[in-house]
Write a protein that binds this ligand. Structure first.
Ligand SMILES: [Mg+2]
Length: 222
């Protein structure tokens, strides 16, 4: 059996902080509040605090206004003008090229609503061809967890046990839960906009802080 690696996209392979902050600012303008500084916003995001919680915590907004904010945010977050702000982490392309050359099977699994815009973004970044399968989940049905959505979409294309003992590289608690369901070894990357504090550490095999360490782990796979 070949070696398989599932990669998360947002935060893991690309830096999404510019987009997230720009969207936050546009949403604040839409409901007539002034945005937090970028530094403060990203600090809260890295602690795993969602935008809606930030609004409660920092602005004490009513639930009606928060619902408006969330709906507006979801409607613009994956527009191309914002996706264009994402930046591929510098070491991604050489790492994927090396893994592909060594015959690893690479799968991209990403929680995105807008599949068309996401596929185009991946093409524009020039990394589509490194993956044997690209799976953007589409919207998460009401009542389904993000981890279950990722799991469900993956097993539409593979057998549930196909990934057991293989690797999953991601940056959030959702990735950790999805990895756990799949029986993969979880590598949590520390450079995303992850939810490190909420992460269940017992389900993580490795935590890496840079691409050098990530590469070492993936290439020392026996
Ligand atoms: Mg992510």
């Amino acid at each position: 059996m070949g070696k398989k690696i599932i990669f998360d996209f947002d935060g893991t392979l690309i830096d999404i902080s510019e987009r997230y902050y720009a969207v936050f600012c546009e949403c604040c303008a839409a409901i007539n509040i002034s945005p937090l500084s970028k530094e403060k916003y990203l600090h809260l995001k890295r602690k795993g605090i969602k935008d809606a919680q930030i609004l409660v915590q920092e602005y004490h907004l009513s639930s009606d206004r928060i619902i408006n904010f969330k709906q507006y945010r979801n409607s613009i977050l994956e527009e191309s003008r914002y996706l264009d702000m994402d930046r591929l982490h510098q070491s991604v392309r050489p790492l994927l090229a090396e893994l592909q050359e060594k015959k690893y099977e690479l799968v991209l699994l990403s929680l995105r609503d807008n599949i068309n815009n996401s596929v185009n973004q991946l093409k524009n970044l020039g990394i589509s061809d490194f993956f044997s399968k690209v799976i953007f989940t589409g919207p998460v049905p009401v009542g389904q967890s993000h981890a279950d959505r990722k799991y469900q979409r993956l097993v539409e294309h593979f057998l549930p046990h196909d990934f057991e003992g293989n690797y999953y590289v991601g940056d959030t608690a959702t990735d950790i839960e999805a990895s756990h369901k799949l029986g993969t070894k979880m590598i949590l990357v520390g450079w995303g906009l992850g939810e490190m504090e909420k992460a269940d550490k017992s389900k993580i095999s490795f935590i890496v802080e840079n691409f050098t360490d990530l590469r070492k782990i993936l290439l020392s796979w026996p």
